[in-house]
Design a protein around this ligand. Structure first.
Ligand SMILES: [Zn+2]
Length: 141
């Protein structure tokens, strides 16, 4: 069976969700070069709600195409958005699946939101999802 993909764009970027609030990852855990802030439109599947797009400033490593989101920040922004549209699902399980082309996302916002099926034309799943393991210092995944 063919792999089911959600987005219509080819998968791209690696994604790392950092669960450690005391580690801010100003350096890339893969290549050690400095990361910089960059805004992404993340596609997040929320349990009992479905997919949603959240604009989030993440840390980004250009050479690795690695997007790093801090779990505490992500969850705060997720709760904030959900509390406006679906307060009953705040705190549910979620998974970050990919990202939406930023132009398409911003266009959708201006137009008062776009139907998700149309939005999926502009969605790319992540190529790799990495785990961060910290055991007395850095460990590369
Ligand atoms: Zn890197």
């Amino acid at each position: 069976m063919a792999k089911r993909t959600i987005g219509k764009l080819p998968p791209r970027y690696s994604f790392l969700l950092n669960p450690y609030s005391d580690i801010r990852l100003s350096k890339c855990p893969k290549c050690d070069r400095p990361t910089h802030p960059r805004k992404f439109a993340l596609l997040i599947h929320v349990d009992k709600w479905g997919p949603m797009v959240l604009g989030k400033t993440c840390r980004y490593c250009t050479p690795c195409e690695l997007i790093i989101a801090h779990q505490d920040e992500l969850e705060a922004e997720l709760s904030n958005s959900l509390s406006r549209i679906a307060p009953e699902v705040v705190g549910n399980e979620y998974i970050v699946l990919g990202m939406m082309d930023k132009k398409a996302w911003q266009g959708g916002l201006r137009g008062g939101g776009m139907p998700l099926e149309a939005g999926l034309d502009h969605v790319a799943e992540f190529k790799h999802v990495l785990d961060l393991k910290v055991e007395g210092g850095w460990q590369r995944a």
